[in-house]
Structure formats: C-alpha cells, structure tokens
Write a new protein. Sequence first.
Length: 166
Amino acid sequence: MGDMGDMGDMGDIGAIAQTMCKEAEYLGVTIRIKAEIKKVLIDGGRATGVPLSSRETITAIIVVTNVDSKLLYSQMIREQHQETEFRRRVRGFRVGSGTFHMNVTLYELPGFTCKHGTHLQPHHQPRIVIDPTMNYLEQACVDAIKHGWSKQPKPPGKWGYWSTWS
C-alpha cells in the first residue's frame, strides 16, 4: 500500500488478490484458474460441483464461481433447478461493464496545478476508480463532451481508487 496524501490511500489490486488466494489456500481451498466450465451440477437444490472442459469433474461442499449472475443462472444452471419467477427476473437483468478506458499519447507526463512536476510521481500511475453511480459517470462524460470537464466534481467520501501496481 502506498500513500497519495490528499488523494487517498493507494493499494495494488494484484497484491490484494494474491493475499486472498494465499489465505484461501492456507484454509484448504483449491483454486483453479483457466478451468473452463459450461454448467454447475445441482443435487438436492444446491451446487455440488462442476464438470470441466478437460472432462474432469470437480465436486465440492462449496462451489464459488467468478461469472456474472446472468450468465450463471441463464446458461450454467439448468431451468429445472430454478423457480419460474426467479428465472423470469434473471432474463430481465441488465448487465454491462462499468469501466471507462482512455488511451492518450503525450510528449511528457502531465503537470497539474495541485501536483506539480512532469517527472514520474504516484499520481501518474494507473489506478482503478470507483465512482458513486453509473449515472454520475454518464453525466461526467456528457459534461466533458459539452464543456471539456465534468461540471460536478466527485463528492468527498463517496468514492475511492486503488493503484493497479506498486
């Protein structure tokens, strides 16, 4: 973790994931990566395992996936294991990415009024930003197109960000 002064605490998101994995493995959890699954096995109303594309089947007392809810319930868990109303609601889920990515080419690193200097500093590092709402992000984008900047700066205490590397 690093300190960005008035910009807040910064942390390496990769280090967070690695720490979580180490702790989980210490507790006896087996973590599989790049293990493609197409469905979740259900027995007695609960997930009991997953068949892998390698033809291996993994069974477990607890099954955890990293797929979004819509994909999980619409494609990986068969309809017969879900109530009709729940299934209808899953079909209505609106999912999308809450990200914004911008590539720019600069002659040198930018200097800012609040953070002087064009030499590499912590505020020049990439980071993950969490904004208060998607509507906030949409309005900031509209403002930037119309006016060149967002007309409503971020409200204090309702957002955070982390460096993507240390």
